[in-house]
Ligand binder design. Structure first.
Ligand code: GRG
Length: 288
């Protein structure tokens, strides 16, 4: 099943989710829906659907769970763009939430998306034990020991050089954890064996790393219009990144190398991993 097909499934679900919601508080739903539906590659939910499909066909059942991960990701982008963080005015090709609405609404929209993600996860029609298991994974990945922890290091790294180890820590937490969680959640819901989960854990870590290296490359060589966000942000903010540590050429070969390692890990699964490999290759070659 192609990335585009599954992305559309997620887009359609999210598009409908906040329709006709709210009364006096309608503005907050509008603001949440704005950031959620203004664009985005939907990589995380599609990864969850693809790893689920390694084991089961009825992927429609887990669309709400997958979509909830996208809500958490979108909350992080809304907050990351705020004046007190990265102070960006462009995201997903459109004005950032606080530019379109205002700062107070943007803070609340991020909070609202995070809460709604958990409401949605809890309401999923999935066996309770399994449901709690995957909610815990998503919660931990978004936590102070996950995405928030990485974001803290990111903020503290502004105007200061950091060592390679701290850079890896930052990206493993900030970007990697939620990507890895998406992969594991799909597989767990699909009924993957312990051995498969261990392999997918390794795949998730490697994919998260490639994703971030490419993100750093695009920050230098990308096109603002295509990317839908401003470029050269790391240089402007005097931030250490993979380019400043390894140089552009090495980053490109590193990304290819780690992508090949991803393929080798997937080959060790006794499953048809063609669609996952296609998405992995897409993430290496992406210009958005
Ligand atoms: C505010 C708690 C908190 C965390 C923010 C995700 C994040 C942490 C910050 C975003 C800044 C950034 C550029 C991170 C690098 C990698 C990343 C997450 C890029 C954006 O993800 P994509 O490319 O975006 O999947 P789309 O728009 O396609 O969904």
């Amino acid at each position: 099943m192609s990335y585009e097909f599954l992305k559309k499934k997620i887009d359609d679900f999210l598009q409908r989710h906040f329709e006709d919601k709210g009364s006096y508080n309608k503005l907050i739903y509008e603001s949440m829906a704005y950031s959620l539906n203004v664009g985005g590659k939907r990589i995380r939910p599609v990864l969850a659907l693809l790893t689920y499909r390694l084991y089961k066909d009825d992927y429609e059942n887990i669309i709400p769970m997958a979509a909830s991960i996208e809500m958490i990701h979108t909350y992080s982008l809304v907050h990351d763009d705020l004046p007190c963080m990265d102070n960006d005015d462009l995201r997903r090709g459109k004005p950032t939430n606080h530019k379109k609405y205002n700062e107070a609404i943007a803070v609340l929209a991020g909070d609202g998306l995070l809460n709604e993600a958990f409401n949605l996860m809890l309401s999923c029609n999935i066996e309770e034990g399994l449901k709690l298991q995957v909610i815990r994974i998503i919660s931990e990945a978004s936590s102070v020991e996950g995405m928030i922890g990485g974001q803290v290091v990111d903020i503290l790294s502004e105007n200061r050089e950091i060592e390679k180890e701290e850079l890896y820590y930052m990206h493993r937490k900030k970007t990697g954890e939620l990507i890895k969680a998406s992969i594991l959640v799909g597989a767990i819901l699909g009924g993957a064996s312990k051995n498969d989960l261990e392999l997918l854990n390794i795949y998730g870590e490697k994919l998260g790393l490639v994703f971030q290296i490419i993100d750093d490359i695009l920050d230098v060589e990308g096109d603002t219009e295509k990317l839908g966000k401003n470029i050269n942000m790391d240089i402007t903010r005097h931030k250490t990144n993979f380019i400043s540590i390894y140089g552009m050429r090495k980053c490109k070969s590193l990304a290819r190398e780690i992508t090949e390692e991803c393929f080798s890990v997937l080959d060790r699964l006794d499953r048809d991993t063609k669609d996952l490999k296609n998405l992995t290759e897409f993430l290496l070659k992406r210009d958005v």
